[in-house]
Design a protein around this ligand. Structure first.
Ligand SMILES: Nc1nc2c(ncn2[C@@H]2O[C@H](COP(=O)(O)OP(=O)(O)O)[C@@H](O)[C@H]2O)c(=O)[nH]1
Ligand SMILES: [Mg+2]
Length: 354
C-alpha cells in the first residue's frame, strides 16, 4: 500500500518523509514526487520468529511518497499542484502535514503559523479538485442523456449519484460520506476521487512542544497526531542504545515513526496477519473484512485454489500459551473455513490440496 505526504510548502513534508523512510529527498534536484518503502515495525513478528527460528523473516512494507509543496495562490503553484495530482490520486492514504513549528531560519508560508487554517486550505484544494471532476462528469452525462441511447437507465442512476456528490462537496463534505457501497466505489473508481481517501493529519510542532500540544480536532479525518520532525531526525541519527535515553528525556514513549506508519496502515483499512514455518515467518497486510480464502490467495494462488482450511490462533492467545504446542494442547487452535473473516494478529496455517 501507498501513502502520499501532502501539505503546504515549508510544512515539513520532506522532513517527515525522511523521518519515516530514512531517505532525504532533494527537491532542488528534482521537483517530482519522491518514493521510498518502509518496513512496518512489527514486534509480534519477532516473537513468532523466536519461536520457530525460520530461515527468513519477512516484514510487511508500506510505500511513502513525498509530494512537493505548491504555493497554491500563485498560478505557477496551481500548475505544479495539477502536475502532482495524478500521483496523489493513486495513494490509498493521504498524510497531510501541517506546520506548527517555529524556525526563524524558515519563514512560514504566507507568514503565518496557523495549523487549522493551513489544514483548511489543503482540504479546500482536495474538495475543489473533486468538484471539478464531478462537474465535468455531470456535463458529459447530461449531454449523453439528451441523445437517444439504450443506456439511459445507467446514466440516470449515475447522474443521481453525481448530483449527491456535488451537493456534498459544495457543503465541504468529502465524497467518502456519499460513496459508501462497493457498487458506488466501483462505478467511480476510474475518477480516483481524493476526498474518498482516508486522511491522517500530522501536526509538525517545535521540539519543546511535542508533549504538550494536542492533535488538531478535525471532522472526516481518520487520525490526527503530533510529532516533531526535528526530534525524529535526531532520533534517526542516534545509535539504537542512545535512543531510549533521548526519548525518556523528552518524555516520549516511542519514536513517532512507528506510530505514523501503523496509523497509515490502519487508516488505509489494513490489518496484519502472520504465517510461520521453518522456512519463513512473515507478516502480511490484508484489507479489513477479508476472508481466510483471500488471505490464502495473498500468500499463494495455489493455496487458495486447493483451500481446505486455515488453522488459526490469535497472537495474544498464542503468547498466553507460550507456543503452538501449548496452544494446541489447550485446544486454542481453531479450524476455520474459507469464509472466516481474518482478524488483526491472527496466525494462519493454511492447508491446501494443491
Ligand atoms: N525547527 C524545525 N524545523 C523544521 C521542522 N520540520 C522541518 N523543518 C525545516 O523547515 C524547512 C522546510 O521543511 P521541509 O521538510 O523541506 O518542508 P516541505 O516543503 O513541506 O517539504 C527545512 O529547512 C526543515 O529543516 C521541525 O520540526 N522543526
Ligand atoms: Mg519538500
Amino acid at each position: 500500500m501507498n501513502a502520499a505526504i501532502i501539505g503546504l510548502p515549508q510544512s515539513g513534508k520532506s522532513a517527515v518523509f525522511a523521518a519515516i523512510t530514512g531517505k532525504v529527498p532533494d527537491h532542488h534536484a528534482s521537483p517530482e514526487p519522491h518514493r521510498a518503502v518502509s518496513h512496518i515495525p512489527e514486534p509480534r513478528l519477532k516473537y513468532l520468529a523466536d519461536l520457530v527460528r525460520p530461515k527468513k523473516v519477512t516484514e510487511e512494507t508500506i510505500e511513502f511518497v513525498d509530494v512537493p509543496g505548491c504555493s497554491l495562490d500563485a498560478p505557477k503553484g496551481q500548475e505544479e499542484w495539477r502536475h502532482v495530482l495524478p500521483t496523489v490520486r493513486l495513494a490509498q492514504v493521504l498524510v497531510v502535514v501541517v506546520r506548527a513549528f517555529d524556525n526563524p531560519a524558515v519563514p512560514p508560508y504566507r507568514g503565518r503559523i496557523d495549523p487549522a487554517a493551513d489544514f483548511a486550505e489543503m482540504w479546500d484544494e482536495l474538495i475543489f479538485a473533486d468538484l471539478e471532476t464531478v462537474t465535468n462528469r455531470i456535463d458529459k452525462v447530461e449531454k449523453a442523456l439528451k441523445k437517444p441511447s439504450k443506456t439511459h437507465d445507467a446514466e440516470k442512476h449515475e447522474l443521481a449519484l453525481l448530483t449527491r456528490c456535488r451537493e456534498a462537496l459544495e457543503s465541504n463534505a468529502p465524497l467518502s460520506t456519499v460513496i459508501t457501497t462497493d457498487e458506488e466505489r466501483k462505478l467511480f473508481s476510474s475518477f480516483a476521487f481524493l476526498t474518498e481517501l482516508p486522511i491522517v493529519c500530522v501536526l509538525n510542532v517545535s521540539d519543546d512542544k511535542v508533549t504538550t500540544t494536542p492533535p488538531l480536532v478535525l471532522p472526516h479525518v481518520a487520525a490526527s497526531m503530533v510529532l516533531s520532525a526535528e526530534i525524529e531526525a535526531e532520533l534517526n541519527a542516534l545509535e539504537p542504545e542512545e535512543r531510549t535515553a533521548f526519548l525518556e528525556d523528552l518524555g516520549l514513549p516511542e519514536p513517532a515513526r512507528a506510530r505514523l506508519i501503523h496509523t497509515c496502515h490502519q487508516a488505509g483499512g489494513m490489518i496484519t496477519f502472520f504465517t510461520m514455518n521453518a522456512e519463513e515467518a512473515r507478516a502480511w497486510s490484508l484489507p479489513r473484512g477479508h476472508t481466510a480464502l483471500e488471505a490464502a490467495a495473498k500468500v499463494h494462488t495455489d493455496l487458495a485454489r486447493g483451500f481446505i482450511r486455515a488453522e488459526t490462533i490469535s497472537y495474544d492467545e498464542l503468547v498466553a500459551h507460550t507456543d503452538m504446542k501449548g496452544a494446541k494442547a489447550a485446544g486454542k487452535v481453531r479450524k476455520e473455513g474459507k469464509t472466516y473473516v481474518v482478524r488483526d494478529g491472527d496466525i494462519l496455517q493454511i492447508l491446501s490440496s494443491s
